[in-house]
Unconditional design. Sequence first.
Length: 278
Amino acid sequence: MSKLVSTDGRTHITSSLMRESLVDRKVVARTDSEREYAILPDVVLVGLGGHSIFNRGKEALFPIVDELSTLRHHKMVIGVGGGTRVRHTISIALDLGLPTGGVAQLVGAMEEANAVFLNALLAKHGSIVMQREHFWELPLYLENKMLPIVISMPPYHFWEPPPEDGPLPTHGSDFGLFIHAEVLGMKKIFFVKDEDGLYDRDPKKHRDAKLIKKITLEKLLENMPEDLIIDRQLFGAWKNARHVREVHIINGLKKGELTRALDGEDVGTVITKEARHA
């Protein structure tokens, strides 16, 4: 039974954090640990880009659906972005003067539409849409050989850290999927885009752009490209992450690339992070 202490006129439950501020640096330092429990360490997350895949319609999406239907032997969660409708929605929301957190909520609603579309295409293969933050249902879906589909935008519920510039939400779909993976203890994320991977420059603008095939997070942070195919905020958060060890960026427009990546081949770009030592 917990012991109560009231020597300072207030009643406390005895603990290592008693009377402490949870933002105190000394408290944070002594609670840091590499022993955080991983909930779904044997599951991978596959993120389908809204702009790069969904916006292209059936020519891009149908082959991915066919490929996903053959990959049921992998334990995976599928994440979706919102695509063009997100920008249209944000434009209306800003015109109405909605706060950043409210805009983020609306972005999530657009992604839910894509999740429903994808679920309709994958339904005969056992897919199911997870409601926004019903994470406790994921193990049930996975153990029953289902394909859970989640949205990318974090569930801010009308609040989000204020951006440094302007009213646009700072955290995008790629960042949201990274947080999904990290919180659930996943080790690998596969971002399915419309490029062969991460380049040193935007290949759509520069013909001489070079593909970065394999690199560590540490090396990437030392020389970060100006143009990135995934959210810049992801890399900053990854520095302090405990579980995610690999981020793969692959071309979903190339048939079989996702299969090869999930089977362990180094296709596209593979970014790795060394484990921290306690």
